[in-house]
Ligand binder design. Structure first.
Ligand code: NAD
Ligand code: DAU
Length: 354
C-alpha cells in the first residue's frame, strides 16, 4: 500500500485530489497536512469523513518537528505539496506570508523528506520515493499573442505569488541537482470546478450573478487564461507521481484559452437560462481598476505530458463549466457557509470532539 503525505488538501485542488485518489485506489493512505488558513475548508472533505484511508492533520508545512514526526510515523512513499497561499490579489497586498508558506514551507518539506529518504553514508536514496511539487504556469510570466509555455520556457514571474512559486520550484530542482533527490514538478494552468474558494474568478462570478451583485471585471477583461477542469489536473498529478520520469517538469493544460470577459458572459448566460431570472444580465458587469502587474495571457503546451504519460484534458470547457455551475447550484449551503464565515465554526465543531 502506497503512503502519501499530501499537503494543503483542505483547499480546492487538494480536496478534489483526495476524492479522486480514494475513488481510484482501494488501498492507499493519504495523510493530509493542512494549516486550515482562510482557504482551507474541512467541509470540502465531508464526503470522506470516517474513511480510514484519509488521515487529516492540522498543521503548518513550515513546522519542522511536526513534519519530522509524520515521516517517522508513516514512512511515506510520496510527498505531494499542494499547500500554498494561492491568490494573486492577496499576494499583491501582503507578500510576506507567500514567502513563508510557499518558499520556506517547501524547503522544510524537502529537508524533512531528504532526512527520511537519503542514506548519507551510502549516498543513496531509498527505492520508490518521490517528492512532487504542484506548481503553476504563472512562473513563466506572461505571453504575447503568439506561442505557448513549454517546460523549457525560462522562469519570469511577475507577481509576489508567482515569484514565490518560482522560487519554490528552484529549490525543488536544487534538491534534485545537488543531492539527487527524486522529484517532479507539475506546472498547471487555471483550474475550475467544485470546492473552489469564491475569491477566484469562476466561483466568485457564479455567486455574484446568482445574487444580482456587480461583476468586477479587471481592466478590459481581455486577459486570457487556459482553463482546466480540476479532475483532469488531479489525474495528471497521479500520473506524474506514479509514472513521471524523475527530475522532470511537466506542464499541464489543455489549449483551452478564453478571455475573462468570455467566462463572465458564459456564466451570465448559463445562469439566466437555468434560473429563468431576467434580473441576470450583462448589465451586472462592471469594469474595475486592473490588477497591478496583470499578466495578459497564459497558454500551456501540454505535448510532453501527452507524449510521455498519455495524459490529455478529458473535459471540454463547454462540459466542465456546466458541471461546475451545477455543482455550485447544488451546494448553496457550502457557499453560504463560506460567505457568511460559518465555515470557521464548522472547524471548531469538528475539533471539539477530537
Ligand atoms: P487553495 O488556496 O484553495 O488551497 C490551499 C490550501 O493550502 C488550503 O487548504 C490552506 O489551508 C493550505 N495551506 C496554506 N498555507 C499552508 C501552510 N503553511 N501549511 C499547511 N497548509 C497550508 O489553493 P488551490 O487553488 O487548491 O491550489 C493548490 C496548489 O496548486 C497551490 O500550490 C497552487 O499554487 C497550485 N495551483 C493552483 C492553480 C489554480 O488554478 N487554483 C493552478 C495551478 C497551480
Ligand atoms: O494560472 C494558474 C493560476 O491560476 C494559479 O497558480 C493561481 O493559484 C490561481 O489563483 C489562478 O490565478 P489567476 O490570477 O489567473 O486566477 P483568478 O481567479 O484570481 O483570476 C483569473 C483572471 O480573472 C485574472 O486575469 C484576473 C481576473 N479577475 C479575477 C477576479 C477574482 C477579474 O477580472 N475579476 C475578479 O474579480
Amino acid at each position: 500500500m502506497k503512503k502519501y503525505l499530501i499537503t494543503g488538501c483542505a483547499g480546492f485542488i487538494g480536496s478534489n485530489f483526495v476524492h479522486y485518489m480514494l475513488k481510484k485506489y482501494p488501498e492507499i493512505l493519504l495523510v493530509n497536512l493542512d494549516k486550515l488558513t482562510y482557504a482551507g475548508n474541512l467541509e470540502n472533505l465531508k464526503d470522506v469523513e470516517g474513511d480510514p484511508r484519509h488521515v487529516f492533520v492540522q498543521g503548518d508545512i513550515c513546522d519542522k518537528e511536526l513534519v519530522e514526526s509524520l515521516f517517522a510515523k508513516y514512512d511515506f512513499d510520496y510527498v505531494i505539496n499542494f499547500a500554498a497561499e494561492s491568490h494573486v490579489d492577496r499576494s499583491i497586498k501582503n507578500p510576506e506570508i507567500f514567502v513563508q508558506s510557499n518558499v520556506m514551507g517547501t524547503v522544510n518539506l524537502l529537508q524533512r523528506a531528504k532526512e527520511a529518504w537519503y542514506d548519507a553514508d551510502a549516498k543513496t536514496w531509498k527505492e520508490g520515493k518521490k517528492y512532487l511539487q504542484v506548481s503553476t504556469d504563472e512562473v513563466y510570466g506572461a505571453l504575447g499573442a503568439e506561442g505557448f509555455f513549454m517546460e523549457t520556457t525560462p522562469l519570469c514571474p511577475h507577481s509576489p505569488y508567482s515569484s514565490s512559486k518560482a522560487s519554490a520550484d528552484m529549490f525543488v530542482m536544487a534538491f534534485h541537482d545537488t543531492y539527487g533527490m527524486p522529484i517532479n514538478i507539475t506546472r498547471c494552468s487555471n483550474n475550475y470546478g467544485p470546492y473552489q474558494f469564491p475569491e477566484k474568478l469562476i466561483p466568485l462570478m457564479i455567486n455574484n450573478v446568482k445574487h444580482h451583485k456587480q461583476l468586477p471585471v479587471y481592466g478590459d477583461g481581455m486577459q486570457i487564461r487556459d482553463w482546466l477542469y480540476v479532475e483532469d489536473h488531479c489525474k495528471a498529478i497521479d500520473m506524474v507521481c506514479n509514472g513521471g520520469k524523475v527530475g522532470e517538469v511537466y506542464n499541464v493544460g489543455g489549449h483551452n484559452e478564453r478571455p475573462n470577459i468570455f467566462i463572465v458572459k458564459t456564466i451570465i448566460e448559463q445562469l439566466h437560462d437555468r434560473l429563468k431570472d431576467d434580473g441576470i444580465s450583462e448589465d451586472l458587469i462592471k469594469h474595475v481598476a486592473d490588477r497591478l502587474g496583470h499578466d495578459r495571457r497564459y497558454g500551456i503546451d501540454p505535448t510532453k505530458i501527452k507524449n510521455d504519460l498519455g495524459w490529455y484534458p478529458e473535459t471540454p470547457f463547454e462540459k466542465g463549466i456546466v458541471l461546475t455551475i451545477d455543482w455550485y447550484l447544488d451546494h448553496e449551503e457550502w457557499m453560504e457557509h463560506i460567505t457568511s464565515g460559518n465555515y470557521q465554526k464548522y472547524y471548531e465543531e469538528m475539533y471539539k470532539n477530537k
